[in-house]
Design a binder for this molecule. Sequence first.
Ligand SMILES: [Zn+2]
Length: 248
Amino acid sequence: MSELDSIVSLQQTLSELAAARQRLDGIPDWMTELHSEYSTRKAEIDQEEQVAEESDRLRREAEAAVADSQEKLKHYQGQVSQVTTQREYGALLKEIDTVKESIKTAEEQAITSIESHELAREKLQQLQADFEDLDQRYKAELSKWEAEKPEVEAKAAELEGKVDELKSGLSRGVLSLFERLYDRTNGDALAEVHKLANAKGTAMWHCGACSFNVRPMIAMEVRGGNILHCDSCKRILFWIEPDPEEEG
Ligand SMILES: [Zn+2]
């Protein structure tokens, strides 16, 4: 195997490995639709739970305000027998009115909060009932995926072994060249030389990644196994012999 062939295998193996790792970190393709539905419905439930909690918090706050104002009211009412002047009496009555008004407002707030809380609980119960079936399906799919994972993990380990083997077969210069390109191109270091005929029927070659023109000399050298770059995107070029049956 030429070094160029090894690089092609290395790129291929690294892509498979990246796909396997991505699969292990995420949700498999066959689960994405269910996962998205599950997440949406779950978010709805979470949001409704927040509404329920918030209304409950407001109720407690209102009830505490009622209790507080009632204490004040008692205190003022206790002072009624102690006032000596008409002016003090008037001021006290005004305080009593104000505190009674606060009690009324807080009580109304408490009732509103209780109503919103009950509404949220009802909605939540409905959402949870509707969710049950989806939740069961999701859990079943998830355990199916968990059961498949070891196989994907084993495959990833096998690919890692193959990557090490291929890397060890490359000269240091070629390996570091490949690795630099692999990083720079986000894991897509190679480009196939594509052939196409122009209007006059003359064969032309171009880079399969960026479509930049590949000079005929370069195309021939790549075909011969030499490691050369695309003039534009700098990817390492490779050549795949066309299938004779597809040649037209
Ligand atoms: Zn290119």
